[in-house]
Ligand binder design. Structure first.
Ligand SMILES: Nc1ncnc2c1ncn2[C@@H]1O[C@H](COP(=O)(O)OP(=O)(O)O)[C@@H](O)[C@H]1O
Ligand SMILES: N[C@@H](CCC(=O)OP(=O)(O)O)C(=O)O
Length: 360
């Protein structure tokens, strides 16, 4: 096997694992496990991000009374995750491979300490030849603190674990340049930096998915900008994982070209922490221009016009340009009160240092 990659993250969407009637497609699961086992045995480290808990629980329990969507998700995932991981455990055991379950929440990424704890857990698993199988802990995640979907989670994991490639498996061959059901549209094979895809993406989602293609493309772009190749491919196609790595040219998929600029570990964490931002730093036209150049610059008080919200030192803040658009995310070097006191002044310390600033 071509050994281009040493560590990859594979995300398997709900729709790949669920049959039309919502039951778990064990044949598909088994086929994917066979491929992952083959890659694992050839020396590629794999991190599996698997959806399917809710879908597999849905067919197991039949509630007596009508449940709201949160109750349903909690009930189905509690039952379904146990079933899912049990299946994986048995299927991988046939190949002599040990797997471990990592259930996480969005909040578990909110501080650098929590983030590093999770990274350490998965590193130790990989070092011991254990394949981590990650999913959101849907039993305790409620709306505001949930990942948009497992695409978002997979992007975070790929970035945190310094994977070279993130393969997102869905029930479609890639991103189409029109409606996927339109015979005139075709799969976009490669997507470079800055390409706007919003015109192509339909709001429709597959039956069991949560986020849809829009979140997939947004996440894919962000992760590719951090230097990771992102591939969207069809998990229902036989041998897809092995084909993607062995015959990349002839295998149908959408590939996001990664940026060549290395991004530090701290910046990667900050890039995925926008959801935890406590405040906003608004900057003037001149600062906006400098930030959009290739130069390494910090946010200095002289370029700040105003501060919104209350934040402490080390909290995540959004950077907003003079036209009101968000241009980045950073870790504050001081609290909001101290920042307000130095607005517009020369010769003061950065409010967000370059090392802790991620420009989108
Ligand atoms: N331009 C497009 N190209 C491909 N798929 C699209 C496009 N626009 C919308 N979609 C929809 O996105 C769906 C995949 O996203 P999603 O339902 O979140 O799947 P998953 O459960 O695998 O994460 C496809 O089944 C398709 O219906
Ligand atoms: N954590 C949920 C995943 C839901 C979800 O976002 O799925 P997907 O549309 O595959 O990204 C589950 O296991 O059912």
């Amino acid at each position: 096997m071509k050994q281009e990659f040493t560590r990859i993250a594979v995300k398997v969407g709900s729709n790949v694992l669920a049959r039309r009637d919502g039951t778990l497609d064990v044949t598909r699961m088994s086929a994917l496990v066979d491929q992952i086992a083959e890659l694992h045995k050839s020396g590629v480290e794999i991190i599996l991000i698997s959806s399917g808990a809710v879908a597999s629980g849905r067919s197991e329990v039949h509630p007596q009374k009508k449940l709201d969507s949160v109750d349903q998700r909690q009930l189905f995932s509690a039952v379904g995750q146990a079933k899912l991981i049990n299946r994986y455990y048995e299927l991988f055991r046939e190949h002599g491979i040990t797997v471990g379950q990592v259930l996480t929440t969005k909040e578990s990424f909110s501080t650098r300490r929590h983030y590093l704890n999770q990274k350490n857990c998965m590193t130790v698993m990989l070092e011991n030849n254990v394949i981590p199988i990650v999913n959101e802990n849907d039993t305790i995640s409620v709306s505001e603190l949930m990942f948009t979907d497992n695409d978002e989670l997979s992007g975070l994991i790929a970035s945190m674990m310094d994977a070279q490639t993130l393969i997102i498996l869905s029930n479609i061959d890639g991103i189409y340049n029109g409606s996927p059901s339109d015979p005139d549209s075709s799969v976009i094979r490669e997507i470079g930096h800055g390409k706007d895809l919003s015109n192509y993406i339909q709001a429709s989602k597959s039956s069991f998915g949560r986020g849809g293609m829009l979140t997939k493309t947004n996440i894919a772009r962000k992760v590719a900008d951090e230097g990771i190749t992102v591939i969207i491919a069809n998990g229902k196609r036989d041998n897809i994982l092995v084909d993607l790595l062995e015959h990349p040219e002839s295998t149908l998929c959408t590939r996001f070209i990664p940026s060549c600029e290395p991004v530090s570990s701290v910046k990667k964490w900050i890039a995925h922490s926008e959801g935890f931002a406590k405040g906003e730093i608004h900057i003037n036209e001149c600062a906006t221009e400098v930030l959009s150049s290739e130069k390494a610059v910090s946010i200095l008080p002289i370029g700040i016009t105003h501060i919104e919200g209350e934040f402490e030192k080390d909290d995540i803040v959004r950077i907003i340009d003079f036209q009101g658009n968000q241009v980045g995310v950073g870790k504050a070097n001081c609290d909001s009160q101290q920042a307000k006191e130095v607005i517009g002044k020369h010769g003061k310390k950065p409010v967000v240092h370059y090392d802790y600033l991620y420009i989108e």
